[in-house]
Design a protein around this ligand. Structure first.
Ligand SMILES: [Zn+2]
Length: 238
C-alpha cells in the first residue's frame, strides 16, 4: 500500500537507469538485453566461464590445481558495469526493489544446489560494520532467495568474529589472508547441505572462509550463490 501510494507521486525507476518503468524492480527492455548472465559451460566448482564444455563436469585450471572448500559456487551475472550498478545500489544505496528479481536470477544460477539445500546462510558482516551501515546486503539477498524458494534462511549461521580491512583493492592472496579465520559458524549443521549467499564473488576468499567454517560445524556439503561474479582478473579492484 505504501509503495503504491509512493508510486503515484514518484513513478518507479528502472534498476539500471533513470528511466520510468511500470512497476518497481524491473529493467527496461533496451538494457535488459545487455545483462550478461553466466551460463554453461562453467567450471563445475567455482562457476568460472569456460570456453568449451569438454565433459559434463569440468574444472577450471585454478580449481584443478587447488580445490576450494566449497562444493560449488555460481554467480547469476558477470560483474560488469550493469552488475556493478545493481550491487552498489543494493549495498551502498540500500535499494531493495530489485531483490525479488535478483532472487529469481540467483535461484536459476544455483539450480540443483538450491534444490538440495537444507538452509541458506548469508555471508556475514562484522557487527561494527553492520552497526555503521545498518544492513547486510547478503542477508537481504538470502532472505529474498528464501522467499522465492521456500528454503529456510539462517541469518546467524555464520558470524564474522574479526573485523577485517575492506577487501577493496586487495589481491587474491591478500584477500585470503584478510578473511582467513575471521568467519565462524554458530551452531551445529551435522550432515546438512548449506547454500551460502553473497552479493559478489570476487576471488572466492570470503566463500572459502564461510565453507571452511560450515564444514567445521559438520555441514556435509557447502554450495554458494552470488548475484554477480568477477570474471576477468582486471575486474577485481572493486
Ligand atoms: Zn573453478
Amino acid at each position: 500500500m505504501v509503495s503504491r501510494l509512493s508510486d503515484l507521486i514518484w513513478p518507479p525507476r528502472s534498476l539500471l537507469s533513470e528511466a520510468f518503468v511500470d512497476r518497481p524492480g524491473v529493467i527496461e527492455p533496451a538494457l535488459w538485453g545487455e545483462l550478461k548472465f553466466l551460463t554453461s559451460p562453467l567450471c563445475s566448482c567455482c562457476g568460472f566461464p569456460l570456453p568449451e564444455a569438454t565433459a559434463p563436469e569440468v574444472l577450471c585450471a585454478a580449481c584443478a590445481a587447488s580445490r576450494p572448500a566449497y562444493d560449488s559456487a555460481r554467480g547469476a551475472l558477470a560483474y560488469d558495469d550493469h552488475a556493478r550498478r545493481l550491487v552498489l545500489d543494493l549495498k551502498r544505496g540500500g535499494r531493495r526493489d530489485g531483490l525479488p528479481v535478483f532472487a529469481r536470477w540467483m535461484a536459476a544460477a544455483a539450480g540443483e544446489a538450491l534444490e538440495h539445500a537444507d538452509f541458506l546462510a548469508p555471508a556475514p558482516m562484522h557487527w561494527t560494520r553492520l552497526a555503521a551501515r545498518s544492513f547486510n546486503q547478503a542477508a537481504w539477498l538470502a532472505q529474498a532467495l528464501s522467499q522465492a524458494s521456500g528454503k529456510p534462511w539462517k541469518p546467524g549461521a555464520l558470524a564474522r568474529v574479526k573485523r577485517r580491512r575492506s577487501q577493496a583493492g586487495l589481491s587474491a592472496t591478500e584477500r585470503r589472508r584478510n578473511v582467513g579465520g575471521a568467519i565462524k559458524a554458530r551452531g551445529r549443521f551435522a550432515g546438512q547441505v548449506a547454500l551460502v549467499v553473497d552479493d559478489v564473488f570476487t576471488t572466492g576468499a570470503t566463500l572459502e572462509a564461510c565453507a571452511r567454517a560450515l564444514r567445521k560445524a559438520g555441514a556435509a556439503e557447502v554450495h554458494a550463490v552470488t548475484l554477480a561474479r568477477v570474471v576477468r582478473p582486471t575486474d577485481i579492484l572493486i
